[in-house]
Design a protein around this ligand. Structure first.
Ligand SMILES: CC(C)(COP(=O)(O)OP(=O)(O)OC[C@H]1O[C@@H](n2cnc3c(N)ncnc32)[C@H](O)[C@@H]1OP(=O)(O)O)[C@@H](O)C(=O)NCCC(=O)NCCS
Length: 273
């Protein structure tokens, strides 16, 4: 047996036996009657109801890029009200300029898969996952699309995009419109989950994994977003702070500013350059 496998076997054999009792996960060596629980089952003991609901989807999170444009454009318009959804060109601009700030939560399925996932795969042409298995499709169930800006809160100009970006691309546009590579605020413009898969915990998992990634990347001092009043508590539970009514008039206005601060000084002390 190779040496590393042997040492792994020794480590596993050295672990104390596990109990089936939910209140005492690790049985002591003095309880010989306890049957060992297979290691792969342990995490399910701790899963809350929401994780259990999403488990059959086997969701996974990936960075997005321009190749995801068709899926993101489709999802954006399925999930958002028409006056709030970003246009296809705006989504394309954002994936092009700041794909590394964008994440998608995916599942994979076949046209023959049961229930809603199979229905979804049959409803449109998702991309193939595996060159050797043309029927297995990668299904985008939720996305986060973001850019960076120098303003400490989301503004109408950070939500906009330069209309000449294809011919006159600037990484840090002097007009302040759209993505600004040197900005210290990551602006979350779009978080959505396909309506058939909402309330399973996907939005929360996607948001939490994304905020953690942005924080650890040290790419900015904060994350800012605007949201409707009904979503304030959803974002507060993810660690955002509500800081009042937004000045943004996008989609008819009526938004609230939310911030997740990574620096000690806070957005209030950050002046627009
Ligand atoms: C917001 C959204 C992404 C949440 O995704 P989701 O996968 O359904 O969220 P989760 O299952 O992780 O639920 C998280 C919490 O949000 C709550 N929530 C979900 N949809 C909600 C809604 N429409 N209004 C208020 N709260 C909502 C859930 O009740 C849950 O609360 P709980 O933890 O107390 O039970 C999803 O509802 C969505 O895509 N909405 C349409 C697009 C949109 O408006 N996005 C927000 C832009 S600000």
């Amino acid at each position: 047996m190779p040496r590393d496998v042997e040492s792994e076997k020794a480590t596993i054999e050295g672990l104390p036996p596990l109990s089936k009792d939910g209140d005492s996960h690790v049985a002591t060596s003095s309880s010989p009657e306890a049957e060992p629980m297979p290691l792969y089952r342990i995490p399910t003991t701790f899963l809350d109801e929401r994780f259990r609901k999403m488990a059959p989807l086997h969701p996974y999170v990936l960075l997005l890029n321009q190749d995801d444009l068709d899926d993101c454009d489709w999802l954006e318009h399925v999930a958002f009200d028409p006056n709030e959804a970003a246009s296809r060109e705006k989504v394309e601009y954002r994936l092009h300029t700041s794909g590394e700030l964008c994440s998608g939560i995916f599942s994979s399925a076949y046209p023959t898969s049961p229930e809603k996932l199979g229905e979804l795969v049959r409803s449109r042409d998702f991309s193939q996952i595996d060159a050797t298995d043309s029927n297995r499709r990668r299904v985008l169930l939720g996305h986060i699309i973001a850019t960076k800006h120098f303003a400490p809160l989301v503004t109408d100009s950070s939500m906009d995009y330069p209309k000449d970006w294809r011919t006159n691309y600037e990484l840090a546009p002097s007009s302040g419109t759209g993505h600004h590579e040197d900005g210290q605020t990551v602006c979350l413009h779009s978080l959505c989950v396909h309506p058939d898969f909402q309330d399973l915990g996907l939005g929360r998992v996607l948001l939490n994994s994304w905020t953690q990634r942005i924080k650890e990347s040290r790419t900015a001092k904060r994350i800012a977003l605007i949201c409707r009043e009904r979503y304030i508590s959803f974002y507060e539970r993810a660690g955002f702070r509500e800081v009042g009514e937004s000045k943004c008039q996008y989609g008819g206005g009526g938004w609230y500013d939310m911030v997740m601060e990574f620096s000690e000084t806070g957005f209030e002390n950050d002046v627009e350059e």
